[in-house]
Design a protein around this ligand. Structure first.
Ligand code: COA
Length: 316
């Protein structure tokens, strides 16, 4: 079995910035104090009508391939995690990327696991590397959930921002990805969903239930990962949780014994960028030189479905 590591990363966010105060100016009964205290979010970036999850994915992917030091002909597969693709049904974002990046006629497919999308895509990509079926896989996570929120619903619209994160996952002689485990419980599908009878389609959420289900499931999943990989909250180098709510993140980190300074965050600036939040954090940390070879990184994705997944990776 061959090992998979991250060879390059990139991210893209749209240009339109919305601050918490902007919501009050738009006539919503809310405040910067409420949003910051309950969620940790200060700003988010929103796609305009010409920007889609595929255009953001393309920008992120170009940077990831460049940072990996590869050329477009060396990419063997495209996996795009998204629940807000440019075309509602088909073609997939991954096929749009294959064409727009002028890649070879490689396998390309989208994967739907909501905010856990990157955990699912990373884990899936690693299987193709492990078997030797692919050497370099473009794994992209991209969402524009701002296109699926009711802008009059203050409990939803303040939470989400748009963005894309991409990595090139490559075969490596070093340890790389050492642990991946994915989970789901469709019995919680209704607590965070886009109901089929809503026109236009928009997100409906029971925030308190989502909070509880996330915390109750992610904590034991991380404990299992720490036990299996024989690392501790103290011994790992970085923790990258899905950026849904600062209070969820703090509760999880505290319960599993991960010190605050090891937690990588982008939620204050970007809001909840859904599947993209973890790879954006990876790309930001790589760009600023935070990661050193051999760093142990624990990632925890969670989101609608309900889905969640844990990955442990050594930076290569
Ligand atoms: N500004 C001001 N007040 C708001 C508000 C806003 N943006 N959004 C909701 N409220 C109000 C509610 O209407 C409610 O008012 P009421 O008491 O008069 O009915 C009050 O605040 C409390 O609402 P509640 O939903 O109980 O708040 P909460 O403490 O549960 O916080 C969330 C709401 C959404 C921030 C919180 O539940 C949460 O973050 N859940 C997880 C969501 C998530 O992570 N989703 C993505 C998962 S991938």
């Amino acid at each position: 079995m061959k090992s998979a590591g991250i060879r390059g990363a990139g991210y893209a966010i749209p240009s339109q910035k919305i601050s918490n105060d902007d919501f009050s100016k738009m006539g919503l009964e809310t405040s910067d104090e409420w949003i910051v205290a309950r969620t940790g979010i200060k700003t988010r970036y929103i796609a305009d009508e010409n920007t889609t999850s595929a255009t953001l994915a393309e920008a992120a992917a170009r940077k990831a391939i460049q940072n990996a030091g590869l050329t477009r002909t060396e990419i063997d597969m495209v996996i795009c995690a998204t629940t807000s693709p440019e075309y509602p049904l088909f073609p997939s974002n991954a096929c749009l990327l294959q064409h727009r990046l002028n890649l070879r006629q490689v396998p390309s497919f989208d994967l739907s696991a909501a905010c856990s999308g990157f955990s699912y895509a990373l884990t899936t990509g690693a299987q193709f590397i492990a078997t030797g079926a692919a050497k370099n896989i473009l794994v992209v996570a991209s969402d524009c959930l701002s296109k699926f929120v009711d802008w009059q619903d203050r409990s939803i619209c303040v939470l989400f921002g748009d963005g894309a994160g991409a990595i090139v996952l490559s075969e490596t002689a070093q340890p790389g990805l050492s642990y991946s485990r994915l989970y789901s419980d469709g019995g919680h599908g209704n607590i965070l969903c886009v109901p089929p009878d809503k026109t236009p389609p928009h997100i409906v959420m029971n925030g308190k239930a989502v909070f509880k289900v996330a915390v109750e499931n992610v904590i034991p999943a991380i404990e299992e990962a720490l036990s299996q990989t024989q690392i501790t909250g103290e011994s790992l180098t970085w923790f990258i949780p899905h950026q849904a709510n600062i209070r969820i993140i703090q509760m999880i980190a505290q319960k599993v014994g991960i010190p605050e300074e090891k937690v990588l965050l982008n939620i204050a600036e970007l809001g909840n960028t859904s599947a993209a939040s973890i790879p954006i954090a990876i790309a930001q940390a790589a760009e600023t030189g935070k990661f050193k070879p051999g760093d142990t990184i624990l990632m925890a994705g969670f989101g609608a479905g309900f889905t969640w997944g844990i990955n442990v990776l050594q930076w290569t």
